[in-house]
Each structure stands twice: as structure tokens, then as C-alpha cells.
Write a protein that binds this ligand. Structure first.
Ligand code: DGL
Length: 274
């Protein structure tokens, strides 16, 4: 039976809009509730206990909207708090980014050498190595924490030809390429914005966006369960965006991630009360 309830999406901040973008491209008619924890971002530098506590309150907030599923858009939250979320919300279908991106990488690699770039917290969980090698036991995974990339992306340093972003990318990616990787996973909400520049610098790499992989997984699951919305047009979809800090000016950054009309406005919510 079609399910007209919204899909809930959350991230530590606005970066998760790359996942919203992919969802809208694949399923334009779906209604979306987005929460970006802008008051407590970044998650990628925080402890497991702290990230888990934040992620649980984020899901509690979204669940109050009677969502049909929650998408953990944040690689850091997915790799750190996924089990805790599933335990706390046993009846809620939960999607993440790590599993679909890992699966895609495991199926894409030809030589079995896969690089993953992510935040410090995501790297420290070992989640990508675990999931990729579960899908492809022959694979070798090379992880690289890239703490400079999130602030650079948020400051708009994403363009091919920008010497700042190109220097930083080479610093992080050259060692992975020297290891012989043929596939690179962009394991962070912000990195899909660097797709073109990475592709330009390393045209031989097969690049996998965790945001696109996540959206494809959600679409496949909704189709399989016959749980898509009856509405199929972007014009008829309702999109509500919430942040935990001041909502003024957030649209501008959100548009950088979304690259199009957001189809909704931002409101502030007190996440501490969830
Ligand atoms: N959303 C985070 C991720 O995908 C990046 C930003 C942060 O550190 O909170 O890992």
C-alpha cells in the first residue's frame, strides 16, 4: 500500500542536504522532514557517548512527525550510533549511509583495494572496513581521516582549480592512490561536493558518494515494500527543514549542498528538550 508519510532525514548539520538532494532526484514526490543539528555540529570530532546521545535525540525529534523511515545522513552518526538507534526505535525502519556505500564499493572494485575518506570519528569506529569486507572478503580497505575537508567545503572551497582545496585533497588522497586503490568512498556528507574536483585530480578512480548510495537504497526498499508516496511530483512534495541553532541564513549554505530550490524553509527547534 502506498505510504504518504514523510521520510525523516537527519545530520549533524546542513551537510545532510546532499542526501536530501539525492532523495529528491530519485524520488521527487516524497515528503521530507529534515533535521540538522547546527547547534551541536560537528559530530566528527566528538566521543561515541556524545554522538550517540545526540543521534538518539535527533531521531526522537523526527519520530514525532510519524515518519515512515529515518535516514541517518551523517556518516559519523551512522557508524557510531546505528545500533543504539535501532535498539531504541525497534519499529522504525532506519537507513544509513555506511552500508549502501560499502556495498557499492565492494561490488565496484576490480583490484580489491578501496579507499574511504571520512571524519576522525567515522574512521575510529572501523565501520567501513567491517561492512566492506563483509560484502567482499577479498577487499583491502584504506581509511583516511580528512578533518580539513568539512570546514573547507563549508567555506565554499570546492571548485576545481582552487589551489587550497586541491593541495589539501592531494595531501589526503595521494597516499591512498600510492597504495593502488581503484575505488574511493566519499564517507562524509560534505564530500559529494568535492566529487568533480576529485574526479578531475584522479580520473582513474571510481568514486562512490555515500549520499547517492543511501538514496538508492531507500528508493529500492520503498519500491520493494510498495511504500512510496502516491505523490510523484516535486511540486506536490512537502519539505520541512529544522535546525537546532538560529535558522536565519541557513538557506544559503543549504542551497550550496542541495544545488537547487529547497522547496521549503528552515525553522529552529530546541533539540535539548528531546
Ligand atoms: N555529517 C558529518 C559526517 O557525515 C560531517 C560533519 C561533522 O563532523 O559533524 O560524517
Amino acid at each position: 500500500m502506498p505510504d504518504n508519510r514523510p521520510i525523516g532525514v537527519f545530520d549533524s548539520g546542513i551537510g545532510g542536504m546532499t542526501v536530501v538532494k539525492s532523495i529528491v532526484e530519485n524520488m521527487p514526490g516524497e515528503h521530507i522532514i529534515y533535521f540538522g543539528d547546527t547547534a551541536r555540529v560537528p559530530y566528527g570530532t566528538k566521543s561515541k557517548r556524545q554522538i550517540t546521545e545526540f543521534a538518539l535525540s535527533d531521531v526522537k525529534f523526527l519520530n514525532a512527525f510519524d515518519v515512515k523511515a529515518v535516514v541517518i545522513a551523517c556518516n559519523t552518526a551512522d557508524s557510531t550510533a546505528r545500533e543504539a538507534i535501532e535498539e531504541a526505535f525497534p519499529d522504525l525502519p532506519v537507513f544509513g549511509v555506511v552500508d549502501p556505500a560499502s556495498r557499492m564499493a565492494a561490488e565496484t572494485t576490480v583490484n580489491g583495494k578501496i579507499g574511504v575518506i571520512a571524519t576522525n570519528a567515522t574512521v575510529s569506529t572501523g565501520a567501513y572496513e567491517r561492512v566492506i569486507t563483509a560484502y567482499n572478503p577479498e577487499a583491502t580497505v584504506f581509511m583516511k581521516a580528512c578533518p580539513l575537508l568539512v570546514p573547507l567545503v563549508e567555506n565554499g572551497r570546492i571548485r576545481t582549480g582552487d589551489p587550497v582545496i586541491e593541495t589539501v585533497l592531494k595531501e589526503y588522497l595521494d597516499p591512498l592512490v600510492e597504495e593502488g586503490i581503484d575505488t574511493l568512498v566519499l564517507g562524509c556528507t560534505h564530500y559529494p561536493l568535492l566529487f568533480d574536483t576529485i574526479e578531475y585530480l584522479y580520473p582513474e578512480l571510481r568514486i562512490i558518494s555515500s549520499s547517492d548510495a543511501a538514496a538508492a537504497k531507500v528508493l529500492g526498499d520503498l519500491i520493494r515494500k510498495d511504500a512510496c508516496s502516491e505523490n510523484t511530483e516535486a511540486a506536490g512534495s512537502e519539505r520541512k527543514y529544522f535546525v537546532s541553532d538560529d535558522a536565519a541564513g541557513v538557506d544559503k549554505l543549504a542551497r550550496v549542498f542541495m544545488g537547487e530550490d529547497l522547496g521549503g524553509t528552515f525553522e529552529q527547534v530546541n533539540i535539548e528538550s528531546y
